[in-house]
Design a protein around this ligand. Structure first.
Ligand SMILES: [Zn+2]
Ligand SMILES: [Zn+2]
Length: 674
């Protein structure tokens, strides 16, 4: 393509409409043999619909080249008219799958919006065939693009219902994507004039994480969390901040599926927001499950939930999933890239690039970092990514900014020792966990320990949403640590489920866990004991001193978990509609090394490994003492952490805004005086 400079530079002065027209022109010119039916801007992607399915195979390289030149995400789909009927395609696939692969019609789903036919199988490699032979064959014959997906080891109702929703709401979703596309490729009105970061929640505290990035041209929200420990308005981010206007919001980006990061995202749609919301596919799946449960909990308690199923569905129709390391346009002047944060399945570090090389912000979300050298633990996630093209400001979680925790290996040993001790005295061990992350950690560890006879055989009761979350985990083995992934993919083992596990799905099983004679382990939600079945177990088991309550994750200030941990030995709880004083006679233990959050030394190790080094470090997601401790350490040890000069370290409060400045004085001047 003849052009001086990059297309983006040329486009800088064009209106959104002209930009779109120019892109379309270049696509028609570059891909003239494709028999293009139409070009659509769908969300952040440019979708090319072609009438010639065969060309999709031959033209793959050309499309890649063009995407590089235009610096846009391009997808090619067959024009709906070029697709054979679903009935024909279904039959064709069933008749032509390689012989040793069993597929039932239930394993085949059509996505009309994307022109995809998805096939679930436990042998995805085999089905695609060498050189993608089967995929190409299906495309050429039916006009549908074959997506082969691994069948989760455990059937997930959440994944199925999301698929069903997308089939049912195909038109709504198509319309939503087109509107988002128009907004992403709209006129650049003023361009980035400044970069401001405004904390709307999760600053100086843990919970209700929410950050606004404001460049005058665009407004982007990072996370929309709910504080489980908060009451009334304290549980919500500051939606009333004057900077936040939903009609001006370009995009919402979610770092991971914990409630303190995604819990109130559907509320934006209830308030009328109709823009995009970006997350990784695993985050979407887990978040859907968690948010659904959140609504149901309110209904069960006879209270009105903050948002309804309808709002959640509207959110899902506006959800755009993005995998790690894929660059995506959020608005005329902002691009998003996710990379692994190591915290839970699908958790992401959020990288926002502003302007053409003007400024780069990295938001950690929640993060785990450790050295993989000599790591023999049964961790589920690899450590966080530390390599970036550019980072000027880092927003870093500091949950354990001032707290050192024992190593993961020590924590594992400590837990097993405690279980042995309680078993000997005939007691039960209760482990409150969040349904996502720590729960799966515990399942893998307890399973393995029992197999290796490091703890005696006894039933392990699993209660709460854990089973369904685990099903989603098994759908994404490629996101798990190498150790666990290999077990699933190469050895065909399900590391999550063991012979002693009992999944509690009704009251009779729960009674069995409580009243059965003899030792047992109970793993149940909620992790901070603010609700969920763990409260029932606690009420029934707290007064027997043979039992034990073990905290393996963070307990936020104000939660029942934290109060017990801090020594409360009599707790008033509702029981059968009456208030009862529960004596806390059981053994209370805290084991820190399991946390999905980086400890103080791990946070420092992350900073040491991080390239390039940011000039500004903003600390959030921590109690004030933790934040101050980490801030002081960074300020005094910056040279040992590999910074060339002392970085600016900021510990803002909610509603404070930070203005950050580009390094280049030319750009800086341009920003100031334009
Ligand atoms: Zn988290
Ligand atoms: Zn968090």
């Amino acid at each position: 393509m003849e052009s001086q400079g990059t297309p983006e530079e040329e486009h800088r002065l064009l209106s959104g409409l002209e930009l779109r027209r120019l892109i379309v022109e270049q696509i028609y010119k570059g891909l003239s043999e494709a028999e293009i039916a139409k070009v659509e801007f769908e969300g952040p992607e440019i979708a090319i619909y072609v009438r010639n399915p065969q060309w999709m195979l031959d033209g793959e390289e050309k499309v890649k080249e063009l995407a590089k030149v235009l610096r846009k995400r391009i997808v090619v789909r067959t024009d709906p008219k070029a697709r054979k009927s679903k009935e024909y395609t279904l039959k064709y696939i069933l008749q032509n799958v390689p012989r040793d692969i069993a597929i039932s019609p239930d394993d085949i789903q059509f996505d009309e919006v994307l022109g995809e036919v998805r096939v679930l199988t436990d042998k995805p490699g085999k089905l695609i065939g060498k050189g993608k032979a089967f995929r190409n064959q299906v495309l050429a014959e039916t006009g549908w693009r074959l997506e082969v997906l691994r069948k989760p080891l455990i059937r997930s109702r959440t994944l199925e219902s999301i698929n069903e929703l997308y089939l049912r709401a195909a038109d709504d979703r198509r319309k939503a994507l087109r509107e988002i596309g128009e907004r992403v490729y709209r006129d650049m009105v003023i361009g980035p004039k400044y970069v401001r970061i405004v904390g709307l929640g999760g600053f100086g505290e843990v919970g209700r994480s929410c950050i606004l990035i404001d460049t005058a041209e665009s407004k982007i929200l990072l996370d929309v969390g709910f504080a489980q420990s908060g009451f009334g308005p304290d549980a919500y981010p500051h939606f009333d901040a004057p900077e936040l206007r939903l009609d001006e919001l370009d995009a919402v980006v979610i770092s991971h599926a914990h409630m303190d990061h995604v819990g109130l995202a559907p509320l934006l749609y209830k308030y009328g927001y109709r823009g995009s919301i970006y997350m990784t596919p695993a985050t979407r799946d887990i978040a859907t499950l968690m948010l659904n449960d959140f609504i149901n909990l309110y209904i069960k308690e006879g209270k009105e939930p903050p948002f309804t199923q309808k709002d959640l569905i509207t959110m899902l129709n506006h959800t755009i999933t993005v995998n790690y390391d894929v660059v995506t346009d959020l608005s005329p002047d902002a691009k998003l890239t996710f990379s692994d944060a190591g915290h839970i399945l699908g958790s992401a570090l959020v990288h926002i690039h502003i302007g053409q090389g003007l400024y780069n912000i990295l938001y950690s979300g929640d993060l785990k970092y450790y050295s993989i050298r000599d790591d023999k633990s049964l961790r589920l996630q690899a450590p966080a990514n530390t390599e970036f093209h550019r980072v000027e400001t880092l927003i870093l979680e500091s949950t354990y900014g001032g707290t050192e925790t024992p190593s993961r290996e020590e924590a594992e040993a400590q837990l097993l020792q405690l279980i042995n001790k309680v078993h000997q005295r005939g007691g039960k061990v209760m482990i409150p966990v969040m349904a996502v992350g720590r729960a799966q950690d515990m399942m893998v560890l307890l399973n393995k320990a029992m197999q290796e006879k490091r703890i005696p055989e006894m039933p392990i009761y699993i209660d709460g949403l854990i089973y369904e979350v685990t099903a989603i985990y098994t759908a994404y083995p490629e996101l798990l640590s190498k150790n666990i992934r290999d077990q699933i993919l190469s050895e065909g083992i399900n590391p999550f489920i063991g012979s002693q596990m009992v999944f509690v799905n009704d009251q009779s099983k729960r009674d069995e866990a409580i009243y059965s004679q003899g030792p047992a382990i109970i793993v149940s939600t909620s992790g901070m004991m603010v609700g969920g079945p763990i409260l029932e177990y606690f009420k029934a088991l707290a007064e027997d001193q043979r039992n034990a309550l073990v905290f393996v994750s963070y307990q936020a200030s104000g939660t029942l978990g934290r109060r017990i941990l801090e020594g409360e030995r009599e707790v008033a709880m509702e029981d059968d509609g009456k208030l009862r004083q529960i004596k806390v006679n059981l053994e209370v233990q805290r084991i820190e090394g399991f946390s999905g959050h980086a400890s103080r030394s791990e946070l420092l190790a992350f900073l040491r490994r991080l390239t390039p080094k940011p000039r500004t470090v903003v600390l959030n997601h921590g109690e004030p003492s933790q934040l101050m401790s980490l801030a002081t350490t960074i300020k005094s040890r910056w040279d040992r952490l590999g910074f060339e000069s002392s970085p600016e370290v900021i510990v803002p409060e909610n509603l404070e805004s930070i203005r950050v400045h580009p390094r280049s004085s030319k750009l800086h001047g341009l920003l100031l005086y334009s």
